[in-house]
Design a protein. Sequence first.
Length: 441
Amino acid sequence: MASVTGRRLDWIVAPAPAPLRGVLRVPGDKSVSHRALMLAALAEGRSRIDGFLEGEDTRATSRILQQLGVHIEMPHDGSRVVDGVGLRGLQPCAQPLDCGNAGTGMRLLAGLLAGQRFDSTLVGDASLSRRPMRRVIEPLAAMGARIDSTQGLPPLRVRGDQSLRGTVLRTAVASAQVKSAILLAGLYAQGSTEVREPQPTRDYTERMLEAFGWPIDYGPGWARLQGGHALRACDVQVPADFSSAAFFMVAATLVPGSEIVLAGVGMNARRTGLLDVLRAMGAEIDIEAPRQQGGEPVADLRVRHASLRGIEVPVAHAPDMIDEFPALFVAAALAHGRTIVRGAAELRVKESDRIAVMAQALRALGARVEETTDGAVIEGGTLRGGVVDSHGDHRCAMSLAVAALRADAPVRIGDCANVATSFPGFEVLARQAGFDVGIGT
Ligand code: S3P
């Protein structure tokens, strides 16, 4: 598969030569970075974002907002200064708006653009062009929006000048992207917009709307706001991304003798499901110096090697660890006993079909993995070296790099360039921790 950069990059990762060590700071949270840019763009006044993720996904959102007339400065890497244009200040752009690989970018922007007075077209790369968009098109249509697609797939042509009305929407899938698209459209709707979810999902949009001064009521699994207010500029400190930290959490757990500290990791309760599951499997992870940073809980995580036992992952945890299943699959393949994952069908419509990609790759390394429609049954054991393919999926690529640490020979991982969408500099940080990652030729 072509990556967003058009490059083809393979990694060769050797078995861990030594225990993993060090204090590591992974890049800023992707979900928070997207939302901070969007709300800052629509606010009145100048906002500063620090800890911003310099990934291709969030940079695509930044470029799109610039195409829509927002002035965004980058004082240095990881920092943005955004001159908000106000709720009605975006300018039309005749060119397609390219979200790259980013489902979050496209779905949230669909909601935001549905409220504008002008038409826009959202496009994405090959992977994003296969991802389902009816989940946002249909609820937005129920609010009066008009979005054309090709059988529910991108490109999305978002028609402007529709009058949106608030309503109560029950989402069919537990998806923070869908909830957020509805809430962003709700800023432009007449009356009250309410979202009810089948299971609670991450509440960053709700928290950040509050921080930018928009009145909102919310709790686990629901949120309600009214149109007709204004967003006020706000400075945002983005925590380190729990999902990026997850690879190192699993790696240090798996490699004998390891001890690492992951610094300043975002600990939003709707994101930390993997922590609970790894601990239930026997992991030794301590939460140190818990604190608040810009309205979000953060902490340092000390991770020591431990041997793991397989478990049945509680279905209720699925939305709270939805991006961490590829890493969990690796932990399960090296645990004692059987791990059962259910209720995670959403994995099939991520940047790749993550159940199929991880099952195929782990089997190529000798693991016993049985796919089910909404999860997998994984028998723990040992792994051998070999050749696997991440199918251009950043999280599968990094998870397979973790698997290689405990294989008996090097693993060649194909199609890793998209790691830059969420975790620029992964190889550098991984080497700093003790991974032996080389580039395949
Ligand atoms: C995200 C929500 C999740 C997650 C994605 C980021 C967000 O997707 O997988 O990486 O920022 O809202 P869904 O909401 O579709 O589950």
